[in-house]
Ligand binder design. Structure first.
Ligand code: ADP
Ligand code: MG
Length: 552
């Protein structure tokens, strides 16, 4: 058998298009070829368990090798292989995805097949001047086939040299892509895309340091973990396993995660994964986009915007879903109904986990609050549904470091801190040192003072004031404290209105010119005879200024 033909595409020559536009990152060719090899191995396994393949399975692994002299990279598997007809059908017809057809036929067997788009194989032409396939089908009596193509629609199909079931894909690397002919480069790529594939991926031999150089040992260098934690049942895993997996994902991070959420859904969509709440020491150092997105254990991206709600991009971990369309734009992703469901599910699970931790392990929850606070606040500010759930476990801290829910704090302050109009006045400080004397005065009066000095507190305060009925937050050194709280009535100044006005002008004259409008002078009785003069800034103006300062 020997045959020449034209690849079945509608456009005259699709190769320049593939080379240039198909994928922005050329390095994904390796991901595509390795995932095809994994698919071929999984398919054989499925056929074997369905009784359609009765031969021996043996070790199903995928081997990657390269030859710097011949300038080739080879990906070999021991999967189902292809007959000449199958090569014609699956390879020669671009964009005809064999994976989809296979899935249709075996969809009840729950096999995880990676291919989706039918273009993966052709991504190899982004880095190759010629691609060869040596393959032999698992089918009885099948003959080995050789296919070769130089990146033009012409191909050659003839008898092949493979003696055992499986496929070799041989890439003849073009002169612009020679960077890939290096152990380090290929290692890095395999580590990025293939670290958790379900079939062993072998790249050369393990090396050891000997006499001043690295030398190969006898042992195969398997680069992947075929059963990463997220694919296991939560009941199979201990805390240590989750922590160990965290370090496996982020080898550079020494901190342990605060806690985690193991996602495991198979209806109405397929989603697994583990999300971690990271420990944040400095809230300004929050890192986004540390969640890795996988599709059937193949790494896809670290950009998960659109798939998880924005505030959850602060979390770490892994999501794996074959139901997230991968070859589409972000804006499409955000409008996709399935993706929306997935996103809502994740948000709900995160809220559930926080709620459960709060209810069952409150001391632990409080201990972690300093790290959790920014997530919770950010979530409350950006997602109405999350607000409604979180309002039950959102905590306030007072000067003694005690924690209260909003409801608890209401009960605590109701009798002492309700003003004439029936409004609850919640005092807070955002600068314990700077507002020291004001804090002392408030304490003397028996008021509780909250500490709200976090990066999102100004915004959180505004939101809570809008949402909570009859509740105002007032900074401890603001003018309102003297005026608005019932208890203050006993402390009317000894000075007459006339005297207060004159003095007020004298004090105001000392303020910087452009600040005069924002401050007021307040008189208050200190004891039987003496008066205190307080120069305070209006609450509203001050808060506006603080918010303005927070804008980038
Ligand atoms: P997809 O993986 O999305 O189906 P690809 O372009 O990656 O598309 O591959 C096209 C088809 O070629 C596959 O569906 C499969 O039928 C066949 N194929 C590719 N690589 C192999 C392989 N290593 N072993 C067996 N069949 C393969
Ligand atoms: Mg593929």
């Amino acid at each position: 058998m020997s045959k020449q033909g034209k690849i079945g595409v509608t456009s005259e020559n699709i190769f320049p298009v593939i080379k240039k536009f198909l994928y922005s990152e050329h390095d994904i060719f390796l991901r595509e070829l390795v995932s095809n090899a994994v698919d071929a191995s999984q398919k054989l396994r499925t056929l074997a368990s369905a009784g359609e393949y009765k031969g021996e399975l043996g070790e199903l692994d995928v081997r990657i090798s390269f030859d710097p002299e011949a300038k080739t990279i080879t990906v070999s598997d021991r999967g189902i292989g292809m007959t000449a007809e199958e090569v014609e059908k699956y390879i020669n017809q671009i964009a005809f995805s064999g994976a989809e057809e296979f899935l249709d036929k075996y969809k009840d067997d729950k096999v995880a097949i990676i291919g989706h788009f039918g273009l993966g194989f052709y991504s190899s032409f982004m880095v190759s001047s010629r691609v060869e396939i040596q393959t032999k089908s698992y089918k009885e009596g099948a003959e080995a086939v050789h296919w070769s193509c130089e990146g033009s629609p012409e191909y050659v199909l003839e008898a092949g040299s493979r003696t055992e079931r499986g496929t070799d894909i041989i890439l003849h690397i073009d002169s612009e892509s020679e960077e890939f002919l290096s152990r380090d480069r290929l290692s890095a790529l395999l580590n990025k895309y293939c670290k958790f594939l379900p079939i062993p991926i072998i790249f050369g031999k393990k090396q050891e340091w000997k006499d001043g150089a690295y030398v190969d040992t006898e042992e195969d260098n398997q680069i992947n973990d075929t059963h990463p934690a997220w694919t296991k049942k939560p009941s199979e895993l201990k805390d240590e396993d989750y922590i160990q997996f965290y370090h496996q994902l982020y080898p550079q991070t020494f901190e342990e995660p605060l806690f985690w959420i193991h996602l495991n859904v198979d209806y109405p969509f397929n989603l697994t994964g583990i999300l971690y709440f990271p420990k944040v020491k400095n809230q300004m150092e929050l890192q986004r986009n540390k969640i890795q997105l996988y599709a059937n254990q193949v790494f896809v991206t670290e950009e998960v915007e659109g798939i998880v709600p924005e505030y959850l991009t602060l979390l770490h971990g892994v999501l794996d879903s074959p139901d997230i369309p991968l070859n589409v734009s972000r804006s499409y992703l955000q409008s996709d109904a399935q993706v929306k469901k997935i996103s809502n599910h994740i948000a709900k699970k995160v809220a559930d986990r926080l709620d459960e931790l709060f209810r069952n392990e409150r001391p632990l929850f409080e201990e972690k609050w300093e790290s959790l606070k920014v997530f919770v606040q950010y979530g409350m500010l950006s997602d109405e549904k999350f607000y409604e759930r979180a309002v039950k476990f959102d905590l306030l801290t007072d000067l003694d470091g005690k924690y209260f829910t909003l409801e608890e704090y209401r009960t605590l302050t109701e009798s002492e801190q309700t003003d004439k109009d029936g409004q609850l006045v919640w005092l807070y400080t955002n600068d314990k040192e700077g507002q020291y004397s004001a804090i002392e005065r408030a304490k003397e009066k028996g008021y509780s003072v909250l500490v709200l000095d976090g990066p999102l507190d100004v915004h959180a305060i505004s939101q809570l004031e809008q949402k909570l009925e009859k509740t105002r937050f007032v900074r401890v050194d603001s003018d309102s404290i003297a005026k608005l709280i019932v208890k203050d009535e006993a402390k009317e100044s000894h000075l007459s209105a006339e005297e207060q006005k004159t003095l007020s002008e004298i004090f105001k004259a000392r303020l910087p010119k452009d600040e005069k409008r924002n401050y007021s002078v307040v008189f208050e009785a200190l004891g039987a005879e003496a008066d205190a003069v307080l120069i305070t800034q209006g609450e509203f103006m001050r808060r506006m200024q603080e918010m303005a300062r927070l804008q980038p």
